[in-house]
Write a protein that binds this ligand. Structure first.
Ligand SMILES: Nc1ncnc2c1ncn2[C@@H]1O[C@H](COP(=O)(O)OP(=O)(O)OP(=O)(O)O)[C@@H](O)[C@H]1O
Ligand SMILES: [Mg+2]
Length: 1081
């Protein structure tokens, strides 16, 4: 953990200092980069160090005082007292552990190590991936991870603002941040995301070649501002990006200060391009140039133009520049080399120290390659051969090039005339052309890269919200010997960014505490708004005064602009000039003005301000380039299409354009969640060994780092409205999950924090809760993640169950459907089958359909029965009804129900044919007498009489009576009992043919059927069924008992009849027993 790092590295976070003073801060800053070592003063003859400008110190009360530059004391980069002067040794292993970063809360403070560090590899990336800030030693990766996490967690755009003066390490930091983001994203290795990442990384190399240059402050100084948005999809993978570029210092194309170079691209071309390409571009390696190098000897530099040329060419190819486009880029570079002062090309091959030895070097610096002379009144091009070369490179006609260089087309009323330039005007036009085509080339390159990396085919409704991390790497605050319009713009830009930092980190924060009613002691800081206003205010600001001067008709000089400034800003505390401070000899009369910037005093020379602000390029050049037959070049100059007579609006000035772009940049940054990297430059000589104490102290002061520590120390790392806080963490506490029933959200948040033991680390404002230490937030996040994880698991299980259920239901449906389909298939044609489908086997139903199957079978059976019944005669139907009644009544209770045979009912005639005629006679008599409709049943029987004697008789049952007949007397009727007197029947469960007719008057008739033909035929089933069916048709009830012994009444006396099996009994017969009768059979 960062806080537990060894003490030799100092505190990882300045907020943890024991006391907050500048001395303590500096002591800790020195300790951070290395181990304890001795300090040594560097002999001044070895390292020539520029003296520092005046420093202004902001006091706690808000005053500002200017401190004269202190003699720079150099010390070995180490701990200890910078005033001591021990011996000097160059072999100290500095930056051994790579502790070049530290924190102020979430702000990273970075000190430029000026040497390659082994702290950006894959291993380190892995250490920081997904970790919280406090878990690892301070690093850029940690802040990049924090910005990434914030974006993912809260779905909010974030931005990383990297600030510091020129050479402090901003560009390097921005590249490491992008590398880190590229390394931790796209775990699923999607090809499109890999492509986008590759493009984003490769674009750096191209932009640096065309937009960076060696300055006296930095070998690879950004001469343009860059703000890059990286777009992420909902999964957090980069899906594209966009680069905004700000004001390129294009004057560098034609002029560089001593010791500096033009943009890298020129040198890369000359040193790295193959001979054939150079020849086609008409660039020769000049032998005298090599002489210059020899004179000065080899100057060591970190730049390798030759190798960089190849790297940039490769990168352009990867990004998607076509061969024609790349060729055009080279042609434009060559055009500029042919136009601009000859020395630029020479400088490609050497560095300034060498040039001191060249005679008349300064004279030659102002000469152009393309020179103008005069012949009387006419202006001439001296080296006319170059015109042909330019025409070839620009794919246009020679005479057009010449005309554009020497004449200007002017519209006077309706006439259009060609006005010849003076040689001074022609030189001005040439330089303006060189600057303009380079600037246009640069913007075109940025545009092409944007075409390739911009997010395509993104639909927020399908892909979720598209979030952004912006990385701002802009030119750092700089002070040169001669500071012109560009430095003025660059330093204004740094003022704006400092103002944003103040607004977000120092001002708004403190104001919020007051607003929310949190006890707070105000911390004083220097607010540079006054300087921002000095530059950008309407009417009074320097840009406004400059624009006013540019708008004046007639000749307005830079001096007149300075006078206007003096008039308007005489009383401004941060502005002065020689006129206003006549004794200040560091300022030249009518040339210089000084601004007291937040980062130091800078003297600007007004020379060139008007021209640079107007940024005029004769329309003739625009038309010349638009009419080129090279389509790539033509496309860069669309405004060349306008003819001279077409009135165009006066374009905005360079200053106003820059001011507007800065205002919108700051607005854009302010709308995102900002993360800061504050870069400190340890020395002016690019040494990995020097820690210039005063220099660093100066930066710490003007960056406002100490105030940052103070606000941070007293302040709160995190704040959220109560509602938002609850929304995010309510699952942690039982009081708040899923909803709280406390009187207010504030109370609920308090309860939640109490439960976690964090109440002491929080303050409760009117609308927001403030959490003091980040660790509390991390811990809440951890708990939340755990709960969310549990929830996720529960949801996962639930989803799985649901899925199983769905599968189950689908399976069931499938089983049901296939069962029904099967039943349907098997029974579809049963109607045409002979047995109506009786033989068809029912398929096995799924469990859930068992009852359904039963019902289905019933339906089938009914149908089947109906098909059988519908063809029957009325008699047959009666028989079926009787059989059904038998089945319902006796099934399973008696053996042999006689269902298989036809039921004839009237058996007496069949069993005793010899006496059939007598029976018929009797039966007809009775029918006449008793008016019955039909004989239901008749049979010979054995009967027991009231004297306990058994006799042969016959019974005949009609639809009205039960008759007892005497067979021996021609079936003479002996007794008739109306059927409505019969209440029930009793039969035994055996095979015997006993039947007892119960009557209402308790004179039961006990008989046993006999004399059946064929012998042994069982007729009890038929008798019972026929009677039951008849009774049913008359809607009367007939009680049927199956029992052995059978209870009955004889003339009102209760008795029993028992059926017994007896061997040797040929005919069943009754005998008397104690309780009644025995039927032996
Ligand atoms: N983290 C680092 N590790 C090693 N060297 C570094 C690091 N940061 C910066 N440097 C060195 O410092 C030099 C200047 O850094 P860089 O170009 O990033 O400065 P800058 O702040 O972008 O300056 P400018 O405002 O001029 O563009 C780099 O070329 C490199 O040599
Ligand atoms: Mg830079």
């Amino acid at each position: 953990m960062a806080e537990q790092e060894s003490l030799e590295f100092g505190k990882a976070d300045f907020v943890l200092l024991d006391t907050v003073s500048l001395e303590d801060f500096m002591a800790n800053l020195k300790l951070r980069p290395t181990r304890q070592q001795n300090i040594a003063v560097i002999p001044s003859r070895r390292w020539k160090v520029r003296s520092l400008p005046h420093v202004f110190v902001h006091h706690e009360q808000g005053e500002i005082s200017s401190v004269p530059p202190v003699d720079t004391k150099l010390c070995w980069w180490s701990g200890g007292n910078h005033d001591s002067q021990p011996g000097l040794s160059e072999s100290y292993p500095v930056f051994e552990k790579g502790r070049i970063y530290s924190y102020i809360g979430e702000v990273v403070v970075s000190v430029n190590p000026y040497r390659a560090m082994n702290i950006y590899g894959r291993d380190t990336i892995e250490q920081y991936k997904g970790r919280e800030l406090y878990e690892r030693p301070p690093h850029l990766f940690a802040i990049a991870d924090a910005a990434y996490k914030a974006m993912k967690r809260r779905n909010k755009d974030s931005c990383i603002v990297i600030s510091g003066e020129s050479g402090a390490g901003k560009t390097e930091a921005s590249k490491y941040i992008m590398q880190y983001i590229a390394a931790i994203t796209n775990p699923s290795q999607r090809a499109e995301v890999e492509r986008v990442k590759n493009m984003l990384l490769k674009s750096n190399c191209v932009l640096e070649a065309f937009g960076n240059a060696k300055t006296n402050r930095n070998d690879n100084s950004s001469r343009f501002g860059k703000y890059m948005d990286i777009n992420f999809d909902f999964k957090g993978d980069p899906i594209g990006g966009h680069i905004n570029n700000y004001l390129l210092e294009k004057s560098r194309v034609i002029f560089q200060q001593e010791g500096e170079r033009s943009f890298h691209s020129f040198y890369q071309l000359v040193k790295g391009a193959p001979e054939s390409l150079l020849r086609s571009l008409h660039i020769k390696k000049d032998s005298t140039a090599n002489d210059y190098i020899k004179v000065g000897g080899h100057v060591k530099s970190s730049i390798n133009d030759g190798a960089d040329f190849k790297a940039v060419a490769d990168a352009m190819k990867v990004i998607g520049f076509t061969t024609d486009e790349i060729q055009t880029v080279y042609k434009i570079l060559a055009t500029i080399l042919h136009l601009v002062p000859y020395l630029v090309l020479m400088l490609c091959l050497g560095y300034l120290p060498a040039l001191h030895c060249i005679p008349n070097v300064h004279k030659r610096r102002s000469e152009g390659n393309l020179k103008f002379g005069s012949d009387g009144d006419a202006t001439l091009i001296e080296n006319t051969k170059l015109v042909a070369v330019l025409a070839e490179l620009l794919s246009t006609k020679e005479e057009n090039v010449e005309k554009a260089l020497l004449y200007r087309t002017v519209a006077t009323g309706r006439d259009v005339i060609d006005k010849q330039h003076t040689d001074k005007e022609a030189s001005y036009g040439r330089d303006a052309l060189a600057k303009a085509i380079y600037e246009r080339l640069f913007c075109w390159i940025v545009g092409r890269i944007n075409d390739v990396i911009e997010v395509k085919n993104y639909d927020a409704r399908i892909h979720g919200k598209n979030t952004v991390i912006g990385v701002l790497d802009i030119y750092g605050f700089e002070i040169f010997q001669n500071n012109s319009f560009e430095q003025f713009c660059i330093n204004y830009c740094n003022e704006k960014l400092q103002q944003l930092f103040i607004q977000l980190v120092l001002k708004q924060e403190q104001e919020e505490y007051q607003r929310e009613g949190i006890p707070w002691i105000h911390i004083d800081y220097f607010n540079n708004q006054i300087i921002v206003d000095l530059v950008e205010q309407q009417h009074k600001g320097i840009f406004s005064v400059l624009d006013e001067a540019c708008m004046n008709v007639g000749k307005v000089t830079d001096e007149m602009f300075l006078q206007a400034l003096n008039g308007k800003l005489a009383k401004h505390a941060h502005y002065t000039s020689r006129k206003l401070s006549p004794t200040d000899k560091s300022l030249e009369f009518d040339r210089d003005f000084r601004i007291r910037h937040y980062a130091g005093d800078v003297v600007y020379s007004v020379v060139g301000f008007i021209d640079k602000n107007k940024d005029t390029l004769f329309q003739d050049f625009k038309r010349l380039l638009y009419n080129s037959s090279n389509p790539v070049l033509k496309a860069m100059w669309p405004e060349g299409k306008l003819s001279i007579t077409e009135v165009t609006k006066r374009p905005l000035t360079a200053g106003t354009l820059f001011k507007n772009s800065m205002i919108s940049l700051v607005e854009n940054l302010a709308s995102k969640e900002p993360y800061y990297v504050r870069c400190v430059k340890p020395n002016d000589v690019k040494s990995p060994l020097l820690f210039e104490y005063e220099r660093c102290k100066h930066q710490v002061e003007y960056l406002g780092l100490l105030e940052n520590v103070r606000v941070r120390r007293a302040g709160f790392a995190n704040r959220q409205t109560y509602a938002r806080f609850l929304q995010r963490y309510k699952m942690i506490s039982e009081f708040t999950w899923p909803n709280h029933d406390l009187p207010s959200d504030q109370e609920a948040v308090r309860r939640l924090l109490q439960g976690c033991g964090f109440e002491q680390d929080a303050a409760f404002g009117k609308t927001k809760v403030f959490i003091r230490t980040p660790r509390t937030i991390f811990s809440l996040e951890e708990q939340r993640a755990e709960m969310v994880w549990r929830g996720t698991i529960a949801r996962m299980r639930y989803r799985r169950m649901r899925a199983a259920l769905t599968i189950l239901q689908a399976y069931r449906r499938y089983k049901v459907k296939s069962y029904i389909r099967e039943v349907n298939a098997r029974f579809r044609n049963v109607g045409s089958m002979k047995d109506r489908g009786r033989h068809v086997k029912w398929p096995t139903p799924p469990k859930v359909l068992r009852r359904f199957e039963e019902a289905l079978r019933n339906i089938y059976n009914r149908w089947w029965a109906w098909t059988l019944i519908k063809g029957l005669s009325p008699e047959e139907k009666l028989q079926v009804k009787a059989k059904v009644a038998t089945l319902e009544c006796l099934k399973g209770q008696r053996a042999d129900l006689g269902l298989q045979r036809a039921w004839e009912g009237n058996y007496v005639k069949r069993d005793t044919p010899e006496r059939a005629s007598s029976f018929t006679l009797v039966s007809s008599d009775l029918q006449r007498k008793d008016k019955f409709m039909r004989v239901l049943f008749s049979c010979n029987v054995r009967k027991i009489n009231r004297f306990n004697k058994s006799e042969n008789r016959a019974v005949m049952i009609t639809d009205r009576h039960l008759y007892k007949l005497d067979p021996l007397k021609q079936y003479k009727p002996m007794k008739s009992t109306p059927l409505y007197n019969v209440t029930g029947l009793s039969v035994s469960p055996g095979k015997d043919q006993l039947v007892v007719f119960h009557t209402k008057d308790s004179r039961d008739l006990i008989v046993c059927l006999q004399g059946m033909v064929p012998a042994g035929e069982s007729r009890i089933g038929e008798l019972v069924g026929t009677l039951l069916s008849h009774f049913k048709s008359e809607k009367r009830k007939l009680q049927v008992n199956i029992a052995n012994p059978i209870q009955c009444s004889m003339n009102g006396r209760k008795c029993t009849v028992v059926v017994e099996t007896k061997i040797n009994q040929s005919q069943p017969d009754f005998t008397k027993s104690r309780s009644g009768y025995i039927l032996a059979g």
